[in-house]
Design a protein around this ligand. Structure first.
Ligand SMILES: Cc1ncsc1CCOP(=O)(O)O
Ligand SMILES: C=C1C=NC(C)=NC1=N
Ligand SMILES: [Mg+2]
Length: 210
């Protein structure tokens, strides 16, 4: 995984989009999204065969545009689809457990917010970490209180040199703050997925990152 791929890391599930999820994803990619994560979770999330079909449809769109397709939490689904990667949280399976199950080419991302969690992730061979919530968010129902971009600076000051994306409440007005704090990219759900023009939303966000 090279760091540039993490610059604008879009995440969505079928329950995060106002319009058709496939149209939203296509538009977001045309607007400059550099990486995508399928995260089917929370109120109204699909399960079983429907979830798998939605994932396959989104994977096809990512493949067509050369955008990495990463699956949140669901290792079996990631393996079934031969996804480009998997993202796990601190309360999901350990990185070594994931690495044992997954082929070497797969990207393994981990949520980590403290220096200790990040150092563990680095030691166990994570390809990147997601740190947040940067700002307040309503998308993740059980999100803890915001830790701010300073948390990323703290990681950098303590020798964490893994690729890092900030996540949580990120929009065009605050995205540059996350990059200035030392992140390689920003991870975004609603400020793209709920915008009536996801392509423009992605483009305007991306303009703030470089
Ligand atoms: C998955 C996740 N992890 C920390 S905050 C969050 C939700 C991010 O959603 P949004 O970009 O809409 O705030
Ligand atoms: C919780 C998360 C944190 N970071 C990323 C990149 N994805 C997630 N699902
Ligand atoms: Mg998880």
């Amino acid at each position: 995984m090279n760091r540039e791929q993490l610059l604008l890391y879009f995440i969505m599930g079928t329950n995060n989009s106002a319009g058709s999820p496939l149209r939203v994803l296509t538009n977001a990619i045309e607007g400059g999204v550099t990486c995508f994560q399928f995260r089917e979770k929370g109120q109204g999330a699909l399960e079983g065969a429907e979830k798998e079909q939605a994932a396959r449809d989104m994977q096809a769109i990512c493949r067509k545009h050369g955008v990495p397709f990463i699956v949140n939490d669901d290792i079996e689904l990631a393996l079934e689809l031969q996804a480009d990667g998997i993202h796990v949280g601190q309360d999901d399976e350990s990185i070594e457990a994931v690495r044992k199950k997954c082929p070497d080419y797969m990207i393994v991302g981990v949520s980590a917010k403290t220096v200790n969690e990040a150092a563990q992730a680095q030691k166990q061979g994570a390809d990147y970490i997601g740190t947040g919530p940067m700002f307040s968010t309503t998308t993740k129902a059980d999100a803890k209180s915001p830790i701010g971009p300073g948390a990323i600076t703290e990681l950098r000051e303590n020798g964490i040199d893994l690729p890092v994306v900030g996540i949580g409440g990120i929009k065009k007005e605050n995205a540059s703050e996350v990059i200035r704090a030392g992140a390689d990219g920003v991870s975004v759900i609603s400020s793209i997925s709920m915008d009536e023009d996801p392509k423009q939303a992605a483009r305007l966000l991306k303009n703030q990152l470089t």
